[in-house]
Design a protein around this ligand. Structure first.
Ligand code: FHN
Length: 481
């Protein structure tokens, strides 16, 4: 299993690319910390109260939809008759597709089945509160109307529509927030954009076509920054999030500072920790894993796929069960984080039915049990999530975290929620409680029938009915003072 290092020295965050064979990146020991940023980011200067206000909707949301959609959905994992290993959106890189050949895909891209209405409605029915879509991924193709570069969905395809604009309108109508993913550093079709190949971690860029050669700063000044300006100004009150990705050593503090100066003009914007140049951004972004204890004191968002790819691959049917997805959501919320769960529409704009089914099932659970997720804080307990092994080591040689799956807990000021995966016989026992419990009931019980509470020196016991109310997770509500 390969490791994938981000040039984000300030957080010293080493991300595991568990299910995915991702390229290694150069870790920037030269990357500066916030002390010597050439441009102070809003995060460096705002008060705690200002930050809380800026992050309020995002912390309330807890569940969002990631959308990876682009030209790579046409080959869908197969090039020249060969199935290309690894994630679908990396096919250009993994198959070393020449720039001209890849760009030629644009003339075939006509996703007439795309419906912004249906995608936003799907997110809503899943109980998701925001969407983050790939405005431009590493392949350099803009999924929006860009005057800055002609390699975009409006100018270069027969589709001639701007899905970001359509999504923005629908999100407004349906009450969902919209953010844009933008690959600011890697760009495999623009001269000077960074490009990485597996296996060589020593050099910053690995172009496989002379058309990729060029100067990174020029790429940034002529494409990335102008396109970021377009994204930040052409969509009204959106985006609320800019989701950067794969920073490399090319993104010096000075160059990143130019982007930060632009971001600072949008004081409500939230952006992640993947800009590069030593900027820590607003959110930690563990990918394809849930950190054992979250990131106490930091906002964080685990991004995950439903199968083993972000961009559509016609033959990847390795979908996680609804039970796994729901457990992930609850586990993440219990550690104070958000869950950004990916869909990968195909080249016609259809969302795979396996993804739709699972999202709707998660949404059904949230429709009943959403109070235990939205606007909640992390557990007051902690040991229920598992423990560090005294014998087994993880990939970093540190004690391995062994999760346990009996229950999780989330909290609000006057409530403790216990999400029960394993149904206890007779009663649920808690040894010690940081608050006084005044009443208890099951969230899925519309009558809120009070459950008997027995307090003793050994803790408290809540009597439960003989059967769980939900096959995956039944929520016990403890009202507290
Ligand atoms: O290389 C990308 C990958 O294609 C995908 O977009 C993920 C989503 O977080 N980010 C990068 C890998 O970390």
């Amino acid at each position: 299993m390969k490791r994938y290092r981000y040039a984000v020295a300030i957080t010293a965050l080493l991300l595991a690319s568990h299910a995915l064979d991702l390229p290694a990146q150069v870790e920037g020991e030269h990357i500066s910390t916030s002390q010597n940023h050439p441009v102070a980011a809003i995060q460096d200067t705002e008060t705690a109260a200002q930050r809380d206000a800026r992050m309020a909707w995002w912390r309330e949301a807890r569940f969002g939809m990631f959308i990876h959609w682009g030209l790579y959905s046409i080959p869908a994992g197969t090039w020249n008759g060969k199935q290309i290993p690894s994630i679908g959106e990396w096919i250009m890189n993994r198959a070393s597709i020449p720039v001209a050949d890849y760009k030629a895909l644009a003339s075939q891209f006509n996703p007439t089945a795309f419906s912004a209405h249906d995608i936003v409605a799907l997110a809503k029915s899943a109980g998701m509160k925001y969407i983050v879509i790939t405005a431009k991924h590493h392949d350099g193709f803009a999924m929006f109307d860009s005057k800055a570069d002609p390699f975009n969905i409006v100018q270069a395809t027969p589709f001639h529509r701007d899905p970001l604009h359509e999504l923005a309108e629908e999100c407004r109508k349906q009450g969902i927030k919209l953010g844009f993913y933008y690959s600011q550093d890697q760009d495999w079709t623009a001269p000077g954009g960074a490009a990485y190949k597996t296996g060589n971690h020593d050099l910053p860029s690995h172009h496989w076509d002379p058309a990729q050669d060029g100067d990174f700063a020029s790429y940034l000044h002529t494409k990335a920054i102008p396109q970021l300006k377009e994204l930040l100004t052409n969509y009204g009150d959106f985006p609320v999030v800019i989701w950067f990705d794969t920073p490399t050593i090319d993104m010096t503090p000075a160059l990143a500072g130019e982007i930060v100066a632009l971001l600072n003009q949008h004081p409500n914007l939230i952006w992640n920790n993947r800009l590069g140049g030593g900027y820590k951004g607003d959110t930690e972004t563990p990918e394809q894993y849930i950190p054992a204890q979250g990131y106490p004191g930091r906002d964080w968002e685990a991004c995950m796929t439903m199968n083993d790819t972000w961009g559509y691959k016609s033959y990847d049917t390795n979908f996680k069960s609804t039970e796994t997805l729901l457990r992930n959501l609850i586990d993440i919320a219990s550690k104070g984080g958000n869950y950004l769960l990916n869909i990968g529409p195909d080249s016609k704009g259809n969302v795979p039915s396996a993804e739709i089914e699972r999202l709707q099932q998660v949404g059904k659970w949230l429709a009943v049990n959403g109070d235990a997720i939205y606007g909640t804080h992390a557990t007051l307990f902690g040991s229920e999530a598992g423990s560090f092994s005294t014998t087994e080591k993880d990939e970093d040689g540190k004690p391995k975290f062994i999760p346990t799956w009996n229950w999780r807990s989330t909290t609000k000021d006057d409530t403790i929620y216990i999400e029960l995966f394993t149904w206890p016989r007779g009663s649920f026992h808690l040894d010690k409680l940081p608050r006084t419990v005044t009443s208890a009931y099951l969230l899925a019980d519309q009558s809120k029938k009070p459950l008997k509470i027995t307090k003793s020196a050994g803790g408290i016991d809540i009597s439960l009915p003989s059967q769980a109310l939900d096959p995956i997770a039944t929520v016990l509500v403890l009202k507290t003072k």
